[in-house]
Ligand binder design. Structure first.
Ligand code: NAD
Ligand code: LMR
Length: 342
């Protein structure tokens, strides 16, 4: 669906701009960490979106070349590069969506939490700038550990007095993308039709695919549920090991993040039928943040989908309870990190 909608809308937008017509809406997207493994392909995919009129790329290194390169694509958006703290504010002014993939990725043997010490500071600093320059933007956090970096972002925004829980998102779309792919392969289904909600968080056992809620309805043996769940939970590690020290998922992540950006832009543009999974402030469990399906609207999260939590399988119920202590600790670690800053 993403591929199709990009191609069709890009053709329309191209035709429109050639005749000086405004056929589609225009939004400004900023990517912070745009020269990285995720940032570059993500910037390319967003450059293809006809909903985007301005694409601002920020990184601490190498972003000038990335922007020069991208700017030659004959799609509507204008690409600008920004580098160094002094240019961050200008990158963010007027942004409707800010995507943050800045930070270090894992190497084999590491957990996402092992990235905390470096990435917590990076996310805190970048979100401070978002708070100062575009507090009304949708903020998409990709930098790991997402289970902690989203609470860090929330805490920073609170301290700045601009926290809007409806507009802060941990990007967990890759978990859904993976779940859809693996389920379609296992059950021999047409990929385009498959949709598996993934709830909880974005690390190991905190990732919980709700296979019982798969659309179209499909039945799994207990063995299939166990095997698929564990594969989805470990899919990030699968890529880290295959890359053998050269980083973690970048291309599939860019694809997933572009889907989440496109969904956000469609919602901003008034589409009333946009649903995604995301790690957001939530009251669906006793934890303050939780990934679930959400309805997206002009103002961000328009609603959580509590019905997804009704009628879970025994396996899902058990796994849901089992993930809570780890997720709770990661959330509290993020909040404490900001609160203990001088
Ligand atoms: P990368 O090292 O290839 O790129 C990171 C980029 O961030 C680099 O270009 C670097 O210069 C930049 N950067 C570092 N500090 C910065 C700062 N203060 N301001 C702006 N830019 C800064 O890494 P990657 O493979 O692109 O991964 C980035 C992050 O995304 C990692 O933390 C990784 O774990 C995470 N990730 C998350 C998901 C998810 O599903 N949410 C999936 C894959 C990767
Ligand atoms: C992923 O799920 O691929 C990312 O969170 C990166 C990682 O470290 O696994």
């Amino acid at each position: 669906a993403l591929r199709g909608s990009f191609a069709l809308k890009a053709r329309k937008a191209n035709r429109g701009s050639r005749y000086g017509l405004q056929l589609v809406a225009s939004y400004k997207v900023a990517i912070l960490g745009a020269a990285g493994g995720i940032g570059q392909p993500l910037a390319l995919l967003i450059k293809m979106s006809p909903l985007v009129s301005a694409l601002n790329l920020y990184d601490i290194a190498n972003v000038k070349g990335v922007a020069a390169d991208l700017s030659h694509c004959n799609t509507p958006s204008q690409v600008l590069d920004f580098t160094g703290a002094s240019e961050l504010g200008d990158c963010l002014k007027g942004a409707n969506v800010v995507v943050i993939p800045a930070g270090v990725p894992r190497k084999p043997g590491m957990t996402r939490d092992d990235l905390f010490n470096i990435n917590a500071n990076i996310v805190m600093t970048l979100v401070e700038a978002v708070a100062d320059n575009c507090p009304d933007a949708f903020i998409h956090i990709i930098s790991n550990p997402v289970n902690s970096t989203v609470p860090i972002a929330a805490e920073v925004l609170k301290q700045k007095g601009v926290y809007n829980p409806k507009k802060l998102f941990g990007v967990t779309t890759l978990d859904v993308v993976r779940a859809n792919t693996f389920v379609a392969q296992k059950k021999n289904l047409k990929l385009i039709d498959v949709d598996v909600p993934v709830i909880g968080g974005h690390a190991g056992i905190t990732i919980l695919p709700l296979l019982s809620k798969t659309k179209p309805t499909v039945s799994f043996t207990d063995e299939e549920v166990e095997q698929l769940t564990v594969r989805i939970q470990n899919a990030g590690t699968e890529v880290v090991e295959a890359k053998a020290g050269a980083g973690s998922a970048t291309l599939s992540m860019a694809y997933a993040a572009a889907r989440f950006v496109e969904s956000s832009l469609r919602a901003l543009d008034g589409d009333g039928d946009v649903y995604e999974c995301s790690f957001v402030q939530s009251d669906l469990t006793n934890l303050p943040f939780f990934a679930s399906r959400i309805k997206l609207g002009r103002n961000g999260v328009e609603g959580l989908i509590p019905s997804d939590f009704i009628g879970l399988s025994e396996y899902e119920d058990k796994t849901l309870e089992a993930l809570k202590p780890e997720l709770k600790a990661s959330i509290e670690k993020g909040i404490a990190f900001v609160q203990k800053q001088p």
